[in-house]
Design a binder for this molecule. Structure first.
Ligand SMILES: [Zn+2]
Length: 388
């Protein structure tokens, strides 16, 4: 087919202009109403090609035509399903994938192709909202998506249920499962800082911290699992760490890292939970992150670099409240001096345990930051006197 190019006229040009108008690339006032491939059309075609990663020539050849054809589908206009062997593609598939990603479902990349992974994510969504999990996105699934879409703070319906479950499960930590994830390891040491004859690595420090945390939590009756040993052969990818926590049915996931920066003045602690730029967030993850951050700042005096929402695999794929804590900058002489002191690491551990405990206290019974005495609590738990 000969490319449709500037100067051409006819119904094909009108069709192209109609799709471009639907994508907000041409003015709604004039877009679909004439059949001339004018300068504005060319500009819109170029913008479209650029947005789709096509070669930008301002003409509509076979490839650009196919992309425009796929772009005309608006989410909800047709039923979407995993078609074999030629999968459905289109703008509606991309919108669906973006929405699922925002809600924390694993569709991989929003590539506008309705493949197995998208179908599985739809089935999982359907299961969680009580629909038949057939992986097909029809009118019922669409209306559930619309109801729960971007407006729901708390993201996945599962997370909303999760907050309820936590509130109802009582304050005891006994019998809960916590997965602790010391970052890096194996071939990946993380941040490395030579310090005189010593060489501090993030991987070693966070593993030590994880072991201390394991000991304290286990003493409170918590089942604890670490995602790696002190010297693994290889570095486990974040996706596998998340899957490990999922397969153990963990109640809480805590990933431990130290930060690093070229500027030695960068310092402080920051805590991350799942969330996106659109304000979708894991409500329980956010609450845990806030508690961890406040307890650490109050008990250690590390600079407060606040909590942040991120859509990292580790936080997105874990199905329980999950946080990643960057406990200070190994590259900051001030932070490093404290991090290499085992007593300081014990303080950090104390703060994290207090935060986990507070997550299970009903909000009205929550205590001021820095006030839980973890050793008293442990004694009380051991004696069976903590009941509610
Ligand atoms: Zn790290």
């Amino acid at each position: 087919m000969r490319p449709i190019r500037p100067g051409d006229r006819g119904p094909a040009v009108t069709e192209i202009r109609t799709v471009l108008t639907g994508l907000d690339l041409l003015s709604k006032a004039t877009g679909p109403y004439h059949d001339e491939f004018d300068a504005a059309t060319e500009q819109a075609v170029r913008a479209f090609q650029q947005s789709r990663g096509l070669s930008v020539d301002g003409r509509v050849g076979a490839e650009t035509w196919r992309a425009l054809d796929a772009a005309r589908w608006r989410l909800g206009a047709r039923t979407l399903y995993h078609a074999v062997p030629v999968p459905l593609t289109g703008e509606d598939v991309r919108s669906l994938q973006e929405r699922l990603l925002e809600m924390g479902y694993d569709v991989g990349r929003a590539d506008a192709i309705y493949g197995v992974r998208t179908s599985r994510a739809v089935a999982q969504f359907q299961r969680e909202v009580g629909l038949t999990p057939d992986g097909t996105c029809g009118p019922h699934t669409m209306s559930a998506l619309r109801r729960l879409g971007r407006k729901v703070v708390g993201g996945r319906p599962q997370w909303l249920r999760e907050s309820d479950a936590i509130r109802q499960s009582g304050p005891t930590l006994v019998g809960r499962t916590v997965v602790i994830d010391p970052g890096h390891g194996g071939t990946d040491p993380g941040v490395v800082v030579p310090d005189g004859p010593l060489r501090w690595t993030e991987a070693d420090l966070v593993h030590d911290l994880a072991s201390r945390l394991e000991g304290r939590l286990a003493a409170s009756g918590v089942r604890v699992q670490l995602t790696r040993g002190p010297a693994p052969e290889t570095c486990l990818p974040d996706i596998d760490r998340a899957q490990l926590a999922n397969s153990l049915g963990a109640d809480v996931f805590i990933s431990l890292h130290t930060d690093g920066h070229a500027n030695p003045e960068a310092e402080g602690v920051a805590t991350y939970h799942y969330g996106t730029d659109n304000g979708v967030t894991s409500a329980t993850g956010e609450r845990l992150a806030g508690l961890v951050q406040r307890e650490i700042v109050a008990r250690t005096g590390l600079r407060d670099c606040r909590t942040h929402a991120k859509a990292w695999d580790l936080l997105r794929l874990t199905r329980m409240p999950a946080v990643r804590i960057e406990v200070g900058y190994l590259t900051s002489p001030a932070d490093r001096k404290r991090l290499v002191d085992p007593r300081f690491r014990d303080k950090l551990v104390e703060a994290i345990v207090a935060a986990v405990q507070r997550m299970y206290l009903p909000i009205e019974r929550d205590v001021p930051t820095g006030s839980i005495d973890v050793s008293e609590l442990r004694a009380a738990v051991a004696a069976g006197t903590v009941v509610d």
